[in-house]
Ligand binder design. Structure first.
Ligand SMILES: *[C@@H]1O[C@H](CO)[C@@H](O)[C@H](O)[C@H]1NC(C)=O
Ligand SMILES: *[C@@H]1O[C@H](CO)[C@@H](O)[C@H](O)[C@H]1NC(C)=O
Length: 344
């Protein structure tokens, strides 16, 4: 049961009113329809208040620029040319944008590691968009701001494009709630702009499932890594759906360390995939039930960040993971476990 002391909700009946209220859920599956208003203070209200609320969320967000793995600029959502100059990022640079999850920020260890790996392998300009203020309390508070945050990120990306950045050289990464944002942002930019690559890591399920969103519409190449049954989405509509560990539902390494669950392990595995090979099975393991097509997998195919996306490999890809850091399995171990490479 989730209980959020202070929530702000905009109701629209004959006149728009804003309530400051206590919200109460009967179920941990977050669903706006299940909000019960317990008591509230009513304010005289107009559109101005609704807009003020939206801009409050924007005001708490920051855009952080990294060049060569060094933070060069931290600024508000409204970018201008002079600001961008101080970021050291050039319009001709590749851009990578990182979106974090609930109770997270751009200062989290995984975010810094990912920025580091992207700076090293992808190079160019790395941007992390921080909405930790709105993400720091209840999931419901963050969830109820999904559209506001999406709009703000869309605004940032349009601003970058207006300053000369090329969506064909853009890459967007989102973990958990950030994965849902990445998909929504990509879809909102269409049909005017199409982002080249979008990778998501265990895109959040609560509040979003089971609505059948076509995530492949978010960008030219969309790959989604799945690692947990409880926090990750069960919608697998990306160009590639990479099922990590046991059918994308859990990771064996939850047993070997205490600080990360199957959900959190997704980003660690993704980050490690820059440096270690994570081999895909050539055929789905029999224990993984699936109603969608499995990908046709070339020999020795590994998953992870993939700048030159191979459009021949689409659909579900099964990638077992190991008990210990860095969570990859050697080809030999895969062979022993799945008799996979031998059979081919
Ligand atoms: C990037 O950073 C590394 C280490 O901090 C430094 O050795 C290198 O010269 C830098 N490269 C550029 C192009 O600034
Ligand atoms: C992970 O990959 C490395 C590098 O290829 C390899 O040496 C190592 O054996 C792999 N890990 C495991 C557990 O097999």
């Amino acid at each position: 049961m989730i209980y959020s002391k202070l929530g702000i909700l905009i109701c629209n009946s004959t006149l728009i009113t804003i309530f400051i209220l206590s919200i109460h859920y009967a179920d941990s599956k977050l669903d706006q329809k299940q909000i019960f208003l317990k008591h509230g203070t009513r304010y005289e209200s107009t559109d101005i208040l609704a807009r003020a609320f939206k801009s409050d969320v924007r005001k708490t967000m920051t855009v952080q620029f990294f060049k060569n793995n060094t933070k060069t600029l931290e600024t508000s959502v409204d970018l201008n040319e002079n600001m961008l100059k101080t970021s050291g990022c050039l319009p001709s640079d590749k851009i990578s944008i990182v979106l974090h999850g609930w109770i997270q920020s751009c200062s989290d260890e995984w975010a810094l590691s990912l920025i580091d790996r992207l700076s090293f392998y992808r190079k160019g300009c790395v941007i992390c968009i921080d909405y930790s203020t709105v993400a720091s309390s209840s999931y419901m508070r963050l969830y109820s701001n999904f559209e506001h945050i999406t709009e703000a990120i869309v605004g940032i990306i349009i601003g970058l494009i207006q300053h000369g950045f090329d969506p064909n050289r853009a890459y967007l990464f989102g973990f958990s709630f950030g994965g849902q944002l990445a998909s929504a942002v990509g879809r909102s930019l269409q049909p005017h702009f199409t982002l080249q690559n979008i990778d998501t890591c265990d895109m959040a399920g609560p509040g979003f499932d089971p609505i059948a969103v076509d995530h492949s519409k978010a960008g030219k190449n969309v790959q989604c890594f799945h690692s947990s049954r409880d926090k990750g989405t069960l919608i697998h509509s990306c160009h590639r759906n990479i099922m990590l560990g046991s059918c994308g539902l859990s990771q064996p390494s939850v047993a070997s360390q205490l600080h990360l669950g199957s959900h959190g392990l997704c980003v660690d595995i993704y980050i490690n995939s820059f440096d270690y090979p994570f081999y895909a099975l050539k055929s789905p393991p029999p224990e993984c039930i699936s109603f969608t097509a499995a990908a046709k997998i070339p020999d020795d195919y590994t998953v992870g960040y993939d700048e030159h996306f191979n459009k021949q490999v689409m659909g579900k890809i099964y990638v077992p993971t190991s008990l210990h850091y860095p969570y990859n399995l050697s080809k030999k171990e895969l062979q022993l476990l799945y008799m996979d490479f031998k059979r081919e």
